[in-house]
Design a protein around this ligand. Structure first.
Ligand code: ZN
Length: 103
């Protein structure tokens, strides 16, 4: 998974294009992420087991990772990433703009 929890991403498609936010949750088997405060949807619900309260609830909808780009905290640019294996076998992510190790 190229994008992980607590990464900062910028939205590149849809109504929130250009906005940035922090990844609250990554969903690797769907290639989606949930970003704090972005891609909000309204869900109408009635009080029940799942919802404590009836009414309209704002929810963050998962965004496909092809619609976001990682913001590199080293160079500050939205970037694509690649992977590199270190001498100890650990796989790290590399910023394709500045070639710095991201994690
Ligand atoms: Zn960078």
């Amino acid at each position: 998974m190229k994008i992980r929890k607590n990464d900062t991403v910028i939205i590149i498609a849809g109504k929130d294009r250009g906005k940035r936010g922090k990844v609250r949750r990554a969903i690797p088997n769907e290639d989606r992420v949930i970003v704090e405060g972005l891609n909000m949807i309204k869900r109408h619900s009635r009080a029940g087991k799942a919802a404590r309260q009836a009414g309209i609830i704002d929810l963050e909808a998962p965004i496909h990772i092809s619609n976001v780009m990682l913001l590199c905290d080293k160079c500050g640019r939205p970037t694509r990433i690649s992977f590199r294996s270190l001498a100890d076998g650990k796989r790290v992510r590399i910023c394709n703009s500045c070639r710095e190790v991201i994690d």
